[in-house]
Ligand binder design. Sequence first.
Ligand SMILES: Nc1ncnc2c1ncn2[C@@H]1O[C@H](COP(=O)(O)OP(=O)(O)OP(=O)(O)O)[C@@H](O)[C@H]1O
Ligand SMILES: [Mg+2]
Length: 292
Amino acid sequence: MIHCDNLVKIYKIADLEVVALQGLDLHVEAGELMAIIGNSGSGKSTLLNMLGGLDRPSAGSLTVAGRDLLSMSEKDIVSYKRETVGFVWQNNARNLIPYLTAQENVELPILLQGKRKRERAMELLEAVGLSHRLKNRLNQLSGGEQQRVAIAIALANHPKLLLADEPTGSVDSNMANQILDLFRHLTRSLGLTVVIVTHDPLLAKKVDRVVAIRDGKTSSEILRRKSFDQELLESVHGIEEQEEESHVEYAVLDQAGRLQIPPNYLESIGVKNTNKVQVTLEEGRIVLLPPE
Ligand SMILES: Nc1ncnc2c1ncn2[C@@H]1O[C@H](COP(=O)(O)OP(=O)(O)OP(=O)(O)O)[C@@H](O)[C@H]1O
Ligand SMILES: [Mg+2]
C-alpha cells in the first residue's frame, strides 16, 4: 500500500530551513494496522501529511496504492484525497460540526458527494458501533464516541488507507482500547490499511508493528512475535502466557547501510562529544567501541 524511500521534506520559512524528514524509509502492506511513534518534532505529522496528499515531499519517492505522490498533478491530488485516503485528527473540531447530530455529521460529506446519504450514514455509524446514538448532538457524546463519529466520516468515501494522527490522544485508556479494536475490526472487515501516529508507547502493544521515527528518519521497528489472532486463540484455549516478550525491537538499516543507535546506548559505552565509533567484526558479531 505504501512505498516510501529516502523521503525528504524541507520546510522553508523566510531564509530558514527545517528538515522535517531526512531520508525516511517506510513500507506498509495492504490491510496492515500499524503505528508510528516518536518524540514531539520527530516528523510524524509531516509524514502523515505527505501520505495524505496534504503537502508535497521535497525529494525521495513515495507511492500510495500505486500512485506516485511526487509527480502527481494538482488535479490528481484532489481525486487522490477524495478517493484513496481518509483522515482522523486528534482535535475533534477538525473532524466534526458541534451543533449537528452524529447522523447529520456523517451525512454531510456523503451529501457533498451527491450520493444517497441516509442509508450510507446508518451503515457507517453501525460499522463504528454507534447505531444507538444517531440523534445525539456531539456535546451529548463522550470523547471516544465523538472520535468514532470522526472515524465514520473518514470512511465515508471508501478509502483504502486511513490515516489517524493521535486518534486516542484525548480519551482514557479504556476508550483508546475500544478505538484500537475498532481499527483492527475495520482492517479485517473492509481490508482497510490503517496508519496511526501516536506519542503513546503503550499503543505499541496493541498493534502488530510499530515504526519509531527519530529526527525525521525511521530508527527502529517493533514487531509482534505472534500474530494478534494467534495470541487471541491461545488465550481462549488457556495456553500459558510465555515468559518472553510479546514484541521484538529491530533497528532499521537504510539503503546505504546506515543505522541509528539510541543516544543512551552510545553514552553507556562512553561515546560522547565525538562523531566516531570503532566498528569491528568479532566472531560473527558487529561490535561498536568508543574511539581509542
Ligand atoms: N508547516 C511547517 N513549517 C515549518 N516547519 C514545520 C512545519 N510543520 C512542521 N514543521 C517542523 O518540522 C518538524 C517536524 O514536525 P512534525 O509536526 O512533523 O512533528 P511531530 O512528530 O508530529 O510532533 P508532535 O508529536 O509534537 O505532533 C518540527 O521541527 C516542526 O517544527
Ligand atoms: Mg504531530
